[in-house]
Design a protein around this ligand. Structure first.
Ligand SMILES: [Zn+2]
Length: 315
């Protein structure tokens, strides 16, 4: 045992322990005391709060995501959605869910939960080609990926049940013999996940423009069937070439439409603005509803509609 390579950590829950006086020695060399220690890939902290573990694995996942972003931005192709999802499921989720059995109960703590969600937000913005200013709440809905805390709990639940143990899902005890078939469990967890996610989306203060276009969440990535162009994403997030967005990022003083003198956002352009009358006719012809149903806008496949909606002054 080498003294230089050895360290110790005191594992104790509050009330506060007085560890300062602990003095361990090997051959007269004092052993250093540490606050965190990596053990079997888990970053353990002395109070087992798993905050350092959350930071550690999220940093690891983000390194991969940053490299992905650079690549995805440079060579965007429709197959990207497919390969990005494969990388997410095959590389990112396993990193984030590693040994989750030990720490999954800590997911309900805001400080930990927020770290995971913000990592997932990075991925969803890459996948949907959204501006980095788009909120994680909106990016998740657009990408059709349920919030990661629910997803990790679901993964953990499956794993536990497979091992013949009971599991918790959002405070509910799930036992193996409740479901006749594994597919029933899948379906049950998916529905429950969507239900909780929907409630969060309804109550969120973020991404309210996206909420008008996509009020209902679906935990099934729609991008494979219905790819998003950068312009389409700009329209349904409101983050793009719109007065409201320019105002938000400090590039415009009022955020108003130059013609109508009201806030310039995608809804204004689609529903009201005379500058976009021609585009409105095209939307009307495609959707066959009047006024245009914002919830149907995503179904429009002709990208030139979105190109028109994202220019400042149409001809
Ligand atoms: Zn206008």
């Amino acid at each position: 045992m080498g003294a230089a390579k050895t360290s110790f950590m005191v594992n104790k829950t509050p009330p506060r322990a007085h560890n300062r006086d602990i003095n361990l020695k090997i051959d007269d060399t004092r052993i250093r005391q540490v606050k965190t220690q990596k053990y079997l890939g888990i970053m353990l902290d002395s109070r087992l709060l798993f905050e350092s573990h959350a930071t550690y694995i999220n940093r690891k996942a983000r390194t991969i995501l940053m490299a992905l972003r650079t690549k995805a931005v440079r060579h965007w192709h429709i197959d990207n959605v497919k390969s990005l999802l494969t990388i997410y499921k095959g590389a990112i989720l396993p990193i984030l869910s590693y040994a989750s059995r030990v720490w999954i109960h800590r997911m309900s703590y805001v400080k930990i939960n927020r770290q995971f969600l913000s990592t997932q937000g990075v991925f969803c913005r890459i996948l949907t080609r959204a501006y980095q200013s788009v909120s994680t709440d909106a990016a998740l809905v657009l990408a059709g990926l349920a919030p990661i805390d629910l997803e990790l709990e679901r993964i953990n639940c499956h794993r536990e049940l497979k091992q013949g143990r009971n599991a918790m899902f959002q405070g509910e005890v799930i036992t193996g013999n409740t479901f006749l078939h594994p597919a029933h469990l899948d379906e049950y967890l998916r529905l429950k996940m969507e239900d909780i996610w929907q409630e969060r989306w309804d109550q969120s203060e973020k991404g309210r423009t996206t909420y008008e276009f996509i009020p209902t969440v679906t935990a099934a990535c729609p991008l494979l069937d219905r790819p998003l162009s950068t312009q389409k994403t700009q329209v349904v997030t409101g983050h793009g070439n719109f007065g409201a967005h320019l105002l938000r990022i400090g590039k415009d003083d009022t955020g108003h439409c130059p013609t109508c003198d009201v806030l310039d956002n995608p809804q204004h352009r689609i529903l009201v603005c005379p500058l976009f009358a021609e585009t409105r006719i095209r939307i009307r012809q495609t959707l066959r509803t009047w006024p245009p149903d914002l919830k149907q806008i995503l179904t429009i496949t002709d990208n030139s509609v979105f190109e028109q909606l994202t220019v400042t002054h149409p001809d």
